[in-house]
Design a protein. Sequence first.
Length: 367
Amino acid sequence: MIVIIGPAHPYRGGIADTNESLAQALIELGQDVEIFSFSRLYPSRLFPGKTQFSSKEKPEGIDIVRGIDSIGPNTWRKTAKAINKMAPSLVIFRYWTPFLGPCLGTLARLIKAKCVTIVDNAISHEPKFGESFFLRYMLAAQDGVISLSHHTSKQLSSTKEKPCLTHPHPINKGLTPIIEKEKARSILGLNNNAPVVLFFGLIRKYKGVGLLIEATAKLKNQIPDLRVLIVGEPYIPMAPYLKQSKELGLEEIISFHTSYVEDKDVGVWFSACDCVVQPYQAASQSGITPMALHYQRPMVATDVGGLSEGLDMPIAKIVSPYGSSIAAGLETILKADPPSKKDFVVHQEQRSWKNFAQKVLTFAQSL
């Protein structure tokens, strides 16, 4: 029996989706798996978005128990007691925010089983008070850690020395298939001949939307009929970006679609674009990269943190986190011949959930 501790259905977002993908991959490898998720993940006053929950159906074949209150110590003890009764061979935690450090770190101390944690972010992109303490508290109770980038692995080694497996972020199993570009553009009302750039995901300060707007202003005369789509739910005020776009005369080029995109609609946006851009100012890695690989779209990504690890032409142009450099990278990708399917297949195989799950099992057995 393997237990995964982290958000899952009905919670939305990349962490929940990938926990379910990991569970499915482990089940396919013959493991019995149960996910222990949260009855309350974030208190509503601390959550910057519109809702924490997804409207999609619960995934079939995965047992999900919702009982952990992130700020309810009594539920931590009850959860640990239930898990200990199951006597699992392995417990896999998911750590991405210091807010959960007390909860997850205490659970790990109460659980009498081998524990490893998948660390998405060792240090927040937007630093928070006390986060190094909570990270150390969490790591001290683990037998090993799994990092999704070498950048994060280095951060972890300087915080707490633990056996570490480094593996790139796998491609979500629940992504919808690629659809024809013309069909996707028809759905979105886009010109079939226009070069289309996509920024996708939650909009936060560190993600560099302002840099992308600056880059678009520099690029508009070089790329006729350019369209830039900024798609995702904002966790910060959008007024400064709307003002910047208007002042630079980009209202006919940049369109903002500021709502959360449900899983069933993700493929339309990626299938419609020619290029995915990640103009981030900080990053440990990104779940957008495997999405672009799945939909076989080339990327422009900034050389920050672990964002550029394993990426190179023809599938990605790595640039500096400045408007002029992002503009030059986009021009290079948009004017180059599109990468072949074969260029993406190597990355898709490396980032499969089956490959990741097998390496997690081998790593855990070595501890």
